[in-house]
Write a protein of this length. Structure first.
Length: 153
């Protein structure tokens, strides 16, 4: 059976709680061709092997995958800080982030084709309370459910 040509396979992954081996193995097994970095802070020493400066090299060498930074899907610094400082509950953060995406009109600014065999990268280990999941849910709602999302954990 042939896959629906209108369906775009896309994954998400967080690097926290994973070894470099596990992280790159997950990407390779999923057939990821491009990693879309949706982190606000992607140059921190805390990012280890997933630092922006190193990640493009590792992806190309280990997975033959490309690296693209997608700041349109990153949260604003003040919003993220309020959530991380526990001044904002998850549900309020999620609502504010979705409003931000709508204000940015990301569904018009981004092309669905860039998500084909791509993987959204963030730091959170699981997607449940991570903006990468919210971003894809938002885009899916705007693009008629074209994204077939897999969370790599």
């Amino acid at each position: 059976m042939q896959a629906d040509p209108g369906i775009v396979p896309v994954a998400t992954i967080g690097f926290t709680g994973k070894s470099a081996k596990s992280f790159f193995d997950l990407l390779a097994r999923a057939g990821v061709k491009t990693v879309l970095d949706v982190r606000l802070n992607n140059t921190s020493q805390l990012a280890g092997f997933a630092k922006k400066q190193d990640l493009a090299f590792f992806l190309k060498q280990i997975c033959s995958a490309a690296y693209i930074e997608v700041k349109d899907l990153a949260p604003e610094a003040a919003l993220l800080k309020r959530y991380q400082s526990k001044l904002l509950a998850w549900d309020d953060y999620a609502d504010a982030y979705l409003e931000l995406l709508a204000k940015r009109r990301v569904e018009s600014a981004l092309d669905a084709a860039m998500f084909d065999s791509a993987c959204l990268l963030c730091s959170e280990h699981l997607p449940h309370r991570c903006h990468r999941r919210l971003a894809l849910e938002y885009l899916n709602s705007q693009w008629g459910g074209r994204l077939a999302v897999t969370h790599l954990v």
